[in-house]
Design a protein around this ligand. Structure first.
Ligand SMILES: [Zn+2]
Ligand SMILES: [Zn+2]
Length: 459
């Protein structure tokens, strides 16, 4: 018994001692937690008004997205799309003007004193037959500008831009107590043909309607996951010019090439010679691209045609480099013709799009608001690329701009691609499709956060 009693009291003592140690550990952990600085990235703040809005409106906005996806229209032909967006703006209570610079739509939402923010969505789709597994994929076919029948597809995500734009405008119109100022919401046609922004500016966008202090837009990307937003301060997209070259020869029978000047041989020489412009004539530290995207000539095995046509895209960041590339193309086309005693080639430049340069101060102001809304880790730097966007026109017209990139591939789908050593299909691919719901949600959360940062409510 005694031995047992001793043993029990020893156990009791050690229990009490253990309990005291435990309590002191808990207390010191709590103290440490209270005094330690907050570490690690923040989660996105879930704005109650925005969450309530999304719970109610997201299903309808997804219907709008699918509807737009199913019925794409080519640049300069966005008749039904523009009407749809105009209807959206009107229903939300904006003052709507149609046919600004062609099929452009402008909606103005005035909400007291304060700055003016322009929100832009593009409207157009691409001449591309869709090959996605979506049950709402586009079956539309039409005659493209070059006379061929082609499929039409929203392969650049402009349908998602429109749905996100519609959601943002609906939210702002329904929550006027959360902001003060003016929103000019524009549906811009013909982004893919680089004509829509300039046409709207030429038709008095900044004179007939409130002149914006800032302009915001988003563009989808397959390089980021849903929930992520990419930003790039300064130059983000390139100067682009389209170039059409017609190499002229002298046609004849394929069996008697010595009596002809074969334009296909000349065009083949020119394609190779063009490759030396960037590699041998441009400073290697200057970004530059010369791509021959299309070549077309001849009709049959045994006929030598009169001419052969090349379609080229020229891309750079510097205006000087752009000029030098254009001069080099003219020189090389003439040199190839001269080498065969052929007629002078025709070289035509068109569809110029200026570089897109995001305003560094505007980016610095908006990025913390995006981090606040979506979480620190979700907002990531996004490298400049040689793609193009005519949203840069608004900066040239004197308005600070910020176009951010919206991730559209669900993390699980991204992981699946990467596990196979692949990347998701890029924009302008017939296989590209965004995970719509999560992309749309993040697009609306990000854009409303950006607008509210720039148009805070009056105190
Ligand atoms: Zn595009
Ligand atoms: Zn685009």
């Amino acid at each position: 018994m005694l031995a047992v009693a001793l043993c029990c009291s020893f156990r009791l003592a050690s229990c009490v001692a253990g309990l005291l140690v435990l309590l002191s550990l808990v207390a010191s952990a709590a103290r440490a937690q209270a005094t330690a600085p907050r570490e690690g990235p923040r989660e996105g703040r879930r704005d109650a008004a925005c969450e309530r809005f999304l719970a109610a409106e997201l299903p309808g906005l997804l219907d709008l997205y699918r509807e737009l996806h199913r019925h794409p229209e080519l640049s300069f032909r966005e008749v039904k799309t523009a009407a749809r967006i105009a209807g959206e703006l009107q229903r939300a209570g904006l003052d709507v003007t149609r046919n600004v610079g062609g099929l452009g739509v402008v909606g103005v939402l005035r909400n007291g004193e304060g700055p003016c923010v322009l929100l832009r969505t593009d409207l157009d789709a691409l001449p591309l037959g869709e090959e996605t597994p979506l049950d709402y994929r586009s079956e539309v076919r039409t005659e493209s500008p070059d006379g061929r029948v082609a499929g039409v597809m929203h392969a650049c995500g402009h349908d998602l831009h429109m749905a996100s734009f519609a959601g943002t405008v609906r939210f702002l119109a329904a929550h006027r107590e959360l902001w003060s100022g003016t929103v000019v919401a524009i549906g811009q046609p013909a982004e893919e043909r680089a004509g829509g922004a300039q046409a709207m500016l030429d038709d008095g966008l900044f004179e007939r309607f409130p002149r914006p202090d800032y302009a915001l837009a988003l563009h989808v990307t397959q390089l980021l996951e849903t929930g992520q937003v990419g930003y790039c301060a300064g130059p983000a997209m390139a100067n682009v010019t389209s170039c059409d070259v017609t190499v002229r020869g002298r046609g004849g029978h394929g069996a008697a090439p010595h009596l002809t000047i074969d334009p296909i041989v000349l065009a083949a020489k020119l394609v190779l010679d063009l490759q030396t412009i960037v590699s041998r004539e441009i400073d290697p530290v200057e970004p530059a691209v010369v791509t021959v995207g299309a070549i077309e000539g001849g009709t049959k095995h045994n006929i030598i045609d009169d001419d052969c046509r090349l379609q080229i895209t020229i891309r750079s960041y510097s205006a000087d480099v752009h000029e030098r590339i254009q001069q080099a193309i003219v020189r090389k086309a003439r040199a190839v013709a001269m080498s065969a005693d052929a007629p002078e080639p025709e070289v035509r430049f068109s569809e110029f799009t200026p570089a897109l340069v995001n305003d560094a101060d505007l980016v610095a102001r908006v990025v913390p608001a995006l981090q606040d809304a979506l979480g620190d880790d979700a907002i990531v730097p996004f490298a400049p690329a040689m793609t193009a966007e005519d949203f840069g026109r608004f900066r040239l017209a004197g308005v600070p701009i910020f176009m951010f990139r919206l991730g559209t591939i669900a993390p699980a789908r991204m992981a699946e691609y990467r596990s196979r050593g692949e990347e998701p299909p890029p924009l302008h691919s017939p296989h590209y499709w965004p995970d719509a719901e999560a992309s749309l949600r993040a697009g609306i959360v990000a854009t409303t956060a950006a607008v509210r940062e720039l148009l805070p409510p009056r105190r």
